[in-house]
Ligand binder design. Structure first.
Ligand code: ASP
Ligand code: MG
Length: 254
């Protein structure tokens, strides 16, 4: 049995139909005999919409309130996904960044993770439940909500995977992994089946559109294997693995 962290980005949970589709995929992974923790982003353009709303009130809103507002996006997707998993007949519990034990520094809008103590997530998994965690958020020493910076859910997912000792962190997006160039611009671009952390950090320009670089650095520091793949297809994606690990030994590759 493997312990798998799956992260679904905003385009994968853009509407309730998409959330139902993701729920099916999560349950399928569980039914194969794995323990599954899921990190979600806010639905579609929710985060941008929240920022627009704030700016229409105040061009320079208080940063504490801004982070409070932005953490709302991921609460919506995490609870809807938990409901959709229930509707599929499995048990799921959603957790905010605070409930999942994400402790950060005090930099609102660009907080850094100081520690992850996911006791409640571990407990849910040990009871056989699926744990859903809000990406992109944590709390500072005062107990106030913080956000990790745009695209921060990738980093949340890797940090959770490390704290749980997961076997792999799967990053689900709307493209089939990382390509040698942007396939929308360069038709001859090829998918990279497997790559090491260093090389991906070097190809920042094409890799970073798919994966937040901070998340790659975090994964490299803790040797956490990543699988970047599409939630819209069944095709294999890109494996980002430490040197010396045979990618074929990783779980849930089909
Ligand atoms: N919802 C946040 C954003 O749009 C975090 C994320 O998607 O990773 O930046
Ligand atoms: Mg987003």
């Amino acid at each position: 049995m493997a312990l798998i962290v799956q992260k679904y980005g905003g385009s994968s949970v853009a509407d309730t139909e998409s959330i139902k589709r993701v729920a099916k995929r999560v349950v399928e992974t569980e039914k194969k005999g794995n323990k599954v923790a899921v990190v979600v982003s806010a639905m579609g353009d929710t985060t941008d919409d929240l920022i627009d709303q704030a700016l229409s009130i105040d061009s320079n809103p208080p940063e504490r309130e801004m982070d409070m507002l932005m953490t709302a996006g991921e609460r919506i997707s995490m609870s809807l996904l938990a409901m959709a998993i229930h509707a599929e007949g499995s048990r799921a519990h959603s957790f905010t960044g605070q409930q999942a034990g994400f402790f950060t520094d005090a930099r609102y809008g660009a907080a850094h993770i100081k520690a992850v103590r996911p006791d409640r997530v571990k407990n849910a998994l040990s009871l056989g439940d699926i744990a859903i965690v809000a990406g992109f958020q944590g709390i500072n020493a005062k107990g106030d909500a913080t956000t990790l910076g745009r695209g921060g859910s990738d980093t949340s997912a890797v940090a959770l995977a490390v704290a749980l000792g997961a076997d792999i962190c799967e990053i689900y997006t709307d493209v089939d992994g990382i390509f040698t160039a942007d396939p929308r611009i360069v038709p001859s671009a090829r998918r990279i089946p497997s790559i090491d952390y260093e090389s991906i950090l070097e190809m920042a320009s094409c890799g970073s559109k798919v994966l937040a670089l901070r998340c790659v650095e975090y994964a490299q520091r803790f040797n956490m294997p990543l699988h970047v793949r599409s939630s819209f297809s069944r095709r294999p994606g890109t494996l980002v693995v430490p040197d010396g690990i045979d990618p074929r030994t990783l779980p849930n590759l089909d």
